[in-house]
Design a protein around this ligand. Structure first.
Ligand code: COA
Length: 191
């Protein structure tokens, strides 16, 4: 019997990892797209948003955390956390807190689904957002991506709204999910 290699999750700080992360991103992004997504839109999104340059920039950005899951074979999944106000007004209307963090990307190679790597990545994302003192961690998930929705529900996220997602010119529909990290501030002043 062979033991499964141990999965480790860490913060990517070395820009040299960007190429390997971009490779995993290119393999896994299509898995999150609904079946009707045009292949050229998927390819366009990968080219413009998931390039090694983009990941080098995220690794260097203090307002971003690139978390990677690795086993003996290299990077098997990654998660991008962004510390910023929600740029989309539909999200800002339902994700209330100051500051907040976003799980912008959560992707694991298909051979490693259902084996815990995604849970370790999300636990690390929650830790990163908590260390940032974020009140809320939020994310968007395609409304047809039932597997991811089930995973997020298991990790304590609940649906709070909807938004659209521009997939290289094709408008897709997402659920907005959030998880409270700290108690909302209470206004104790008497009126
Ligand atoms: C989303 C992702 C990170 C979740 O990690 P995972 O290891 O697959 O998560 P888990 O296996 O722990 O949980 C998935 C749940 O969906 C269930 N599931 C699997 N296939 C399913 C399907 N086709 N329809 C509905 N549920 C499904 C699993 O049984 C499991 O639920 P259970 O634990 O109650 O049985 C991973 O699947 C992934 O990388 N997917 C491709 C990229 C993606 O969609 N990323 C999210 C973008 S928002």
């Amino acid at each position: 019997m062979t033991d499964k290699p141990t999965v480790a999750v860490s913060l990517a700080t070395d820009a040299a990892l960007a190429d390997e992360i971009a490779e995993v991103a290119a393999i896994t992004f299509p898995l999150a797209c609904p079946p009707h997504s045009p292949p050229e839109a998927i390819r366009g999104f990968i080219e413009h948003n998931l390039s090694p340059t983009q990941f080098r920039n995220y690794i260097a950005d203090d307002a971003a955390a690139v978390l990677i899951a690795t086993d003996g074979s290299g990077v098997i999944g990654y998660c991008l956390v962004l510390h910023r106000d929600p740029p989309d007004p539909d999200v800002a209307a339902v994700v209330v807190g100051q500051p907040v963090s976003e799980v912008s990307k959560m992707y694991v190679l298909p051979d490693h689904h259902g084996a815990g790597a995604s849970h370790a990545l999300m636990d690390a994302a929650i830790d990163v957002a908590t260390d940032h003192h974020s009140e809320v961690l939020w994310l968007g998930v395609n409304n047809e991506n039932v597997r991811a929705q089930r995973f997020y529900a298991k990790k304590g996220f609940a649906r709070v709204g909807t938004k659209t997602f521009n997939l290289a010119g094709v408008i897709e529909h997402d659920y907005v999910l959030s998880r409270q990290l700290t108690e909302p501030a209470v206004n104790t002043r008497a009126n």
